[in-house]
Design a protein around this ligand. Structure first.
Ligand code: TXA
Ligand code: MG
Length: 332
């Protein structure tokens, strides 16, 4: 997965004062790429209406072109120009926006987003992020900003400006520094393409919260028996550090690192080179916010295996376990 840096551009980390946010907006309008914080993870932003800028994202991340992008907007009105909202989609947007919920909707005829960003699909993914810097940036460019997580394709998502630099230095114009992101895992993605509401990716808003608002259960994409997958980008191996990851570990071996949660300790933990506890008190939200930084910090050429102890599945635990399962999956 390593690739040479081509250093096409000099990447600068810039502070997030209003002057610099305007500078970042200016970069975007010039079809350059700018990473920015959201409440979930850092996004790699491009002008969604420019195919050239959108192509730049796929190139900078090394992302397969069949994997579509989320368009970030700052008002429901702007969203309604891009996607067709049925009653359930409108209910969810009103309950959770701005916030960590992405809606996949039929694309509207009035959409301004480049077809490349949709990877040729007839649907579009939309989200209003709940972060002042992200919102100012969208407001500044007055158009949707497409933004995947600002990491190399397949690698661990970034929760600090420094993580973005580690992955994308030399490939993007600027990184707006907004400190560590709050939620720490990506948005939850649901599709509202017909009467069923399908959970495509667990994330920052829990299944339970969404089901409470809808008054019905979310449908699993596997139950739909579609020929083409509804979520083309959900690759089995993803969010992966360089070291191998093993789940539900009860015993630790040499040259390894350990990811703990709560008070459980695996046997042989004294042999571990590095140990990080996602939340000593067993708080699942705290664990989500620390997950990606911990995976990056435990990783290293001296580590052959990262052992992860069992983590509960409820609330944000569903998203944490989903990401860890992909981090542990066999690499292609
Ligand atoms: O929290 C987040 O969602 C972050 C921040 C930056 O907003 N963004 C993010 O983007 O996680 P990305 O590109 O890493 O993940 C977006 C996922 C991909 O798996 C993609 O396949 C899926 O959204 N997606 C985008 N458009 C879609 C569509 N029309 N239908 C189905 N899935 C779609
Ligand atoms: Mg991503």
């Amino acid at each position: 997965m390593e690739r040479p840096k081509d250093f096409l551009v000099k990447t600068v980390i810039i502070p997030s004062s209003s002057t610099y946010i305007m500078k970042a907006a200016h970069f975007l309008l010039q079809e350059q790429l700018v990473a920015f914080p959201t409440e979930t993870v850092y996004g790699l932003g491009a002008d969604a209406t420019s195919s050239k800028a959108v192509a730049g994202i796929y190139h900078a991340k090394g992302r397969p072109s069949f994997n579509p992008l989320i368009a970030h907007i700052d008002t429901l009105e702007m969203a309604q120009k891009e996607g067709v909202f049925n009653t359930k989609a409108e209910l969810l947007a009103k309950a959770f926006w701005p916030g960590a919920l992405t809606l996949v909707l039929p694309v509207a005829e009035t959409s301004t987003v480049s077809e490349l960003a949709r990877a040729g699909l007839q649907s579009i993914a939309l989200r209003i992020p709940n972060h002042p810097i992200a919102l100012s940036l969208i407001h500044g460019v007055e158009r949707p900003i497409v933004a995947p997580s600002a990491n190399r394709s397949g690698h661990v998502s970034p929760t600090t400006a420094h993580h973005v630099l580690e992955d994308l230095d030399g490939h993007i114009a600027a990184i707006l520094d907004g400190g560590m992101t709050m939620i720490g895992v990506e948005s939850t993605i649901v599709a509202c393409l017909d009467e069923k509401v399908v959970l495509l990716r667990a994330g920052g808003v829990s299944r339970e919260e969404i089901e409470r608002v809808l008054g019905e259960s979310l449908v699993s994409p596997h139950s739909l028996n579609r020929k083409k997958p509804l979520a083309p980008g959900m690759l089995t191996s993803h969010y992966a550090p360089n070291a191998k990851v093993s789940l539900e570990s009860e015993e630790v071996f040499e040259d390894s690192a350990v990811l703990l949660f709560g008070s459980f300790e695996p046997r042989g933990i004294a042999k571990a080179r590095r140990v990080i506890n996602l939340s000593p008190s067993g708080d699942i939200k705290e664990a989500a916010s620390n997950l990606y930084a911990a995976l990056r910090a435990l990783d290293g050429s001296d580590i052959s295996q990262i052992h992860v102890v069992p983590i509960p599945h409820d609330g944000l635990g569903e998203a944490i376990n989903d990401r860890l399962m992909r981090a542990a999956a066999e690499r292609k």
